[in-house]
Structures are given as C-alpha cells and as structure tokens.
Design a protein around this ligand. Sequence first.
Ligand code: GAL
Length: 400
Amino acid sequence: MSCQANRPGAGNAITFPVLQTFVNRFPVLLPLVLLAYSTARAQTPPQEPPLPLHSFRPGEVWPDDHGTAINAHGGGILVYKGVYYWFGEHKIEGPRGNRAMVGVHAYSSTDLYNWKDEGIALPVSEDWTSEIGRGCIMERPKVIYNARTGKFVKWFHLELRGQGYHAARAGVAVADRPAGPYQYAGSFRLNPGVWPVDPGDPPSLAAGKPQAAQGDSNARLIADMPAGQMSRDMTLFVDDDGTAYQIAASEDNLALHITRLTPDYLKADTRYVRVFPGGYNEAPTLFKRAGRYYMITSGCTGWGPNAARSAMADSIWGPWTALGNPCAGTPEQVSKTFGGQATYVLPVPGKPDAFIFMADIWRPRNPIDGRYVWLPIEWHEGRPILRWRDEWDLGAFGGH
Ligand code: GAL
C-alpha cells in the first residue's frame, strides 16, 4: 500500500475526457454543464481529517493527521513539554527506498495515538559531495534534549553513499526547536584509540571472550582502534542525572558498545563498555525501571525478523545479564518478534511502570509499506515480557 493510500478525497477528480466528449457533441449545453459542475463542487464536503484514534493497532497502516500513512521507520520518541515527537526514516517506494532519498521525518502528538505531520526534520542534501547527500543511508534516528545548552540533538546511523554498510558512522544534527529543522553537524567513528572499560578488572580485553563461534570480536575491536569503533544500529538513552549514552552495534555487529556522550551530547566522551562481545546483537533499545537498566535487542538477520533478546544490569557499565527472549506467544511470534525488529522503548511519562516497546516490520522490497508494532511491556519475575495484541490503549497500564 502506498503512502497516499489513506488520503481522503483521493477519488474526487473529475474525468476530463468524458466532459470533453460531452461538450464536443452538445456545445450549446456548455453553460449548463459548467453550472451543474460548479454546484456539485460547492456541495462537495471539505476534506475531513481522519477520525481521532483512540488505540494502537500493531501492524496496521497508521494514518497521520492528513490520513497519510506515518513514514518514520527505525524511529524513536522525544518527549518535550508534554508533547511527543516521533522521528524516523522516511522511506520511499521500491528497493531504493531503503536508502535516504528524503531524510528524517518528524511527527508530533499529545496522546501517542494521533500524530501531526511536522515534515522532514533533517533533509538529505542535494549537494553531491555532502556526507548526507541523497542516496546515503540514514538509519535509526533518535533525538534527545540537552537542558544545559537548550539544543535538541539528533544521532543516527550514517553510511556514506556507494559504500554499503562499511563506513559505520554516527551522524549528529542539532536544532533549536524539537521538530527542527536540524542542522547537520558531522559524522564520525567512536572512541578512536580508546580502550573500553572492563567492569571489575583493569581495562583489558579479558571481558571480550567471544561468546559465539563466528567472528573474532576482539580482532575487530583492535583493528578499528586507530580509526574508531563502528557505529551501526543505534539508540540514545538519557539517565536520571542528565548523562546521555549512545548504544550501538559495533565490531561488525559482533558487540554492542555503550558510549557516554559529552555534556553537550554532541560527541563521544571516551568512556565506553562492550556488551556481549561475539553475541551479534542489533536494534538496541535501553531503558531504566526502578533503578535497573534493561535492553531489548535483536539478532542479526538484516531486514528479516528474528528472535528478540533482553538483558538487565544494575549499572549501565555492566555487568549485563542476559534475560532471554522477552516474547511470549506462538512459536512463530516468539521466534520472529511478531514480525518486527526493536527500535525504541518509550517510558510513558506520568505512568511509573509503563513502557512501550516499539518495533518495525520491514518491507525491504517496498520500504514505504513498512509497519509499526507498538506493544506494552509486561513484567514477570523482573523480566520484560511482550505479548501480541491486535488493538490496545494506554489503559493497559492501569488507569487512563
Ligand atoms: C537490519 C538493521 C536495519 C538495517 C538493515 C539493513 O539488521 O537493523 O536498521 O540496517 O539491517 O539490512
């Protein structure tokens, strides 16, 4: 289904060939035809905005305030002054729609169900030499607000045009207003020349014993030391004390790196930890509940869905304990994360134990038709649990 499919009034266009034939045959009736046409036009009701939505319907087309399908894939949510801002990859039709042909799209909402189109918050550049020139890859954008500087800071996964996924860089853009426009501030690999911290031991590679047979995570870490560590699938997390972190699939996706950001949130702050080296985690999300840190991630199977994973830690620096697959349901749902891949976990403000798991159902052959799966996180013996729901609302967290 195309992005325009839900636009109201799409069938209203008058068919000119029919009108022309009629007028050619009966020219004297032209004034009458015009009168009838203008009366009919005047009686056509104005285009109605879509009805307000009162629930989430995972996997279904989700219309914005114009009735157009929301186009914000691999996204995340900023909450600022009581308004939610959803940023995501704007995809277009056809296989080349997986590359950035338009930019990062922004939407705003006050209730999480109904989203106003705020336009393209960070457009691709028309300058062929720009790092974010049309045709590059801009994925998984996330925005956080820096109370010290008053700036909105967006990080995203950037791949340079024509280089596949080899550049593996973090891109940064900055705005004065939440919905943008964002000014591109540059891109980089993370932590060149810096060794990761190793909780409990002096900094060493001891914690990096590969957990999987495939790939040598330590070798990749060492090889990337001079130029900086890779940064692919990523998210951002701001802790209670205002310290921000970037969490990214690094070492050719063999390990996750959690990197502290500088106080202005614009750069890496040379302190980072490796999580599950050799574990092949992608699509990281990180959130905090009752003083503990949690992650929900995916395995590495490209656009195809796989089984989600979850983990927990008392300190963001680890050690991280694997908690297993958070999905409950049929074997197909559990092994494929309901057809989706994680992108963000939103703590719902004002509801202490309310977390929304956000995932993408990718449609790589027609990316604009990708869908969103939002589900409430349930808890069982300290573990996050995800269960499919055809439809749900925030009442699922208790109260309204
Ligand atoms: C996925 C990743 C997506 C995108 C895709 C490309 O594993 O999560 O963000 O990079 O691979 O194949």
